[in-house]
Design a protein around this ligand. Sequence first.
Ligand SMILES: Nc1ncnc2c1ncn2[C@@H]1O[C@H](COP(=O)(O)OP(=O)(O)OP(=O)(O)O)[C@@H](O)[C@H]1O
Length: 256
Amino acid sequence: MAKESGTDLILKLSNISKSFDNKEVLRKIDLQVNKGDFIAVVGKSGCGKSTLLRIIAGLEAISSGSVTVNGQELNGRNKLAKMMFQDGRLLPWKKVYDNVGLGLKLDWQKKQIPKVLDQVGLSERAQDWPSVLSGGQKQRVALARALIHEPQLLLLDEPLGALDALTRIEMHELIENLWREKQLTAILVTHDVEEAVALANRVLLVEAGEIVLDLPIRLPYPRQRDNPLYSKLVSQILNRIMGEKRNHVADLSLTK
Ligand SMILES: Nc1ncnc2c1ncn2[C@@H]1O[C@H](COP(=O)(O)OP(=O)(O)OP(=O)(O)O)[C@@H](O)[C@H]1O
């Protein structure tokens, strides 16, 4: 788990703003991410969550401010990061094995494909086409495709948004286990506050382009959904999103 000192800092956003066509969609964002953090970013549709993630991935330029990765100014793609999207982005004309191996040039990397498929529970499906997989299996392939590159930073843009509730819970367990085993740092954008509290050690709430809450979740892993604190955190974050007046972060820090 991340320490709270600056020594484990992997990512730092300092006073960043982003505008599209003169419309400011992110403003004055300061964020420090430590190695081992699992951060969930929640907020209403259009508040700027995905733009923030794309900036961290180096896929979107900032209008002002600075982004540093391990102390170095980010310039272009973030080489520590791999991103996983809601639609999985599998190539339908390539089998599972080849989707995972997409873009790999080196033999030792290709040799890791069976191991990574095993880690996501898809050893038996290596020679299947994406079209015969369930939604959850497709997202496991997408996860394997990110993990094969051994990223330090896993960026998850609403990756489970299209899955049914039970499959989502299975995927939460998988992602949490992999995060722990591989000592990843993860940033998850989600509409689902339950998912945020199930996985994250910090939940950020974005409102109209600003981080208005950075809430530590100090519940032990694996998270127990029947823990009263769990439900209380979920409903309080939801209330905050829906506009209930809560003026101080400390109001929500139930697990301190
Ligand atoms: N490439 C772009 N060009 C112009 N405007 C953009 C672009 N990308 C995002 N925006 C705008 O920036 C704002 C934030 O978009 P963003 O996708 O980051 O929000 P979000 O919180 O992820 O939304 P959702 O939850 O619906 O995915 C929106 O008003 C959106 O229309």
